[in-house]
Design a protein around this ligand. Structure first.
Ligand code: SIN
Length: 524
């Protein structure tokens, strides 16, 4: 292939949307550490929210998004996400994207938590991600080249501090360097840092860690969303039971048949963080929690993926009860970007869950994430197409030395279970300090030579870096808001309203700063 003009790291919906919008004009390289189907987008059961029903409108979708996000957003950014999203979805419908329809041919629009209207588009019931991603993949041309099985582990910057390329490591531990004027991170979130997660196992915050190490600002890292309902079998979570199941009327009950969400006016459709917190507290009291689904007609037809997931784990749908527990689902924070995806490092862009676009606030509204990927993928494509054509000077390619290999001194299991216990659904100063001290005890620094590590150790090192960033932010926000719940500060604090915690690397230190308002000093 010709040298790429744009390198995209990651292969989820934001990456494919960007590639598809650029492919007529430029060569695009998509680099993914396993294969192109290993992404959270591919696994998405819940659908895409868009205010396209006659009785719906953009204002109502904006209001629901702001409310779920605890108003920790810039309202204009939310409005443009919702209105651009609606336009993009309408175009996908016109193009023939396979959204589910009712018997009369109209679009079937589902309900999910904290939405005030039925506005969720699905494909194949609960197979939205898989079907949408297949559709997007099938529509890519030969101008889009996939590099699979290579893990990007470092961003290459030139002497002026501009990002000009990436270094990768394949499964044989061989290193390659790729160069392009635009480097885009679309590596998804951080679910793989926690022992309970709905995320694909490959999703470990690589893009966020690399951007941070390269000097990019992060923000909102304390806001981590836990999905209330993951299938829970033999003390382990096994995969997502979509919120759409509650949208169809499933109720949350404990093993005494008490309704868990009885006291909330929205019952099972209350905002996600509240439902997750309630289930967590119930389980802390020693109670098991179930989704009672006996009132849902044709469950198997409506939810084929969930039915299969249950059967694979010996849970019979016919019993009418699915055991559930919360797990890490979505990162609201990430790499600070502007409205087109530019980060604070020139030449480096971020889109999708990797990026902190600010639209989700302290807690993302259900089914707004595929929407964000579609919107920011398109926006960045427009920006690149309208920017002057430029090429970065080629640099002599040098392979990293691989002597004196450094091993990271913890196991993945140990790391994930400590994140879950100390920086999980409910945090406190003492749990966060325990975690901070544990991370420090590993005697790692921010200037490690990644070239001297094996792929598995680079992976663990990235997790360590993100662990530091989340713990730093979570300690600084001494209040509870959205996905950040502190047992020692259980209420929202007006003093933190609209304040951001930015995280930055200064030499070998992590600096966390409480900022008055959203940063605007971003390269464009
Ligand atoms: C779900 O299906 O419950 C997840 C949807 C989402 O996170 O937007």
């Amino acid at each position: 292939m010709n040298d790429p003009y744009v390198i995209i790291v990651g292969s989820g919906v934001a990456a494919l949307q960007l590639a598809r919008q650029l492919q007529d004009a430029f060569h695009v390289m998509i680099i993914t550490k396993e294969d192109r189907r290993k992404s959270n987008s591919f696994k998405a059961q819940g659908g895409i929210a868009a205010a396209i029903a006659k009785k719906d409108n953009i204002n109502s979708h904006v209001k629901d998004t702001l409310e779920a996000g605890c108003y920790h957003q810039q309202p204009e950014a939310v409005r443009s996400l919702i209105s651009d999203g609606k336009r993009i979805i309408q175009r996908l419908i016109q193009e023939g994207a396979p959204f589910d329809r009712n018997e009369d041919g109209s679009l079937s629009l589902g309900m999910e938590g904290a939405h005030s209207r039925n506005r969720i588009l699905h494909c194949g019931g609960d197979q939205t991600g898989k079907i949408l991603m297949k559709y997007l993949l099938e529509n890519l041309s030969g101008n889009v080249h996939f590099v699979e099985g290579e893990m990007v582990y470092e961003l290459i910057k030139n002497n002026e501090g501009r990002c000009i390329g990436v270094k990768t490591r394949n499964t044989k531990e061989e290193t390659k360097h790729y160069y392009a004027p635009y480097v885009v991170l679309a590596t998804g979130g951080i679910g793989g840092l926690y022992s309970s997660t709905s995320n694909d196992s490959t999703i470990t915050g690589d893009g966020v860690a690399m951007a941070f190490l390269a000097g990019a600002k992060l923000t909102d890292m304390e806001f981590v969303q836990f999905h209330p309902t993951l299938l829970f079998v033999k003390s382990h979570t096994k995969g997502l039971i979509s919120e759409a199941v509650r949208g169809e009327g499933a109720q949350l009950v404990n093993d005494r048949n008490d309704r868990v969400m009885e006291t909330h006016p929205l019952k099972e459709l209350a905002p996600r963080h509240l439902v997750a917190q309630k289930i967590f507290e119930e389980r802390q009291k020693g109670r098991e929690v179930f989704l009672s689904i006996s009132n849902i007609a044709d469950f198997e037809t409506k939810f084929p993926s969930i039915t299969k997931l249950c059967l694979d784990n010996d849970i019979s749908i016919k019993d009418g009860k699915i055991p559930v527990a919360p797990g890490c689902h979505f990162m609201m924070g990430g790499i600070l970007i502007n409205d087109v995806g530019a980060t604070t490092v020139e030449g480096l862009y971020a889109i999708g869950e990797t990026a902190a676009s600010g639209v989700h606030g302290a807690n993302r509204l259900a089914s707004n994430s595929l929407l964000e990927g579609l919107v920011y993928g398109e926006r960045l494509a427009c920006f690149i197409k309208n920017s002057p054509y430029e090429r970065v000077p080629t640099i002599v390619k040098q392979d990293d030395c691989f002597f004196g290999v450094k091993e990271i001194p913890f196991t993945l299991e140990e790391f994930k279970s400590l994140m879950m216990r100390n920086v999980g659904i409910i945090r406190s100063e003492s749990s966060l300090n325990i975690h901070w001290n544990w991370l420090q005890s590993k005697q790692l620094s921010l200037v490690e030579n990644l070239g001297s590590m094996k792929r598995i150790d680079i992976q663990k090192y990235f997790m360590w870096v993100i662990g530091m960033c989340i713990t730093t932010s979570a300690l600084l926000r001494t209040e509870s808001r959205g996905g950040h719940i502190r047992s020692d500060y259980p209420d929202q604090d007006l003093a933190f309203f609209k304040k951001k915690i930015n995280i930055e690397r200064i030499e070998n230190e992590i600096r966390g700063e409480i900022c008055e308002q959203i940063e605007t000093e971003i390269y464009a």
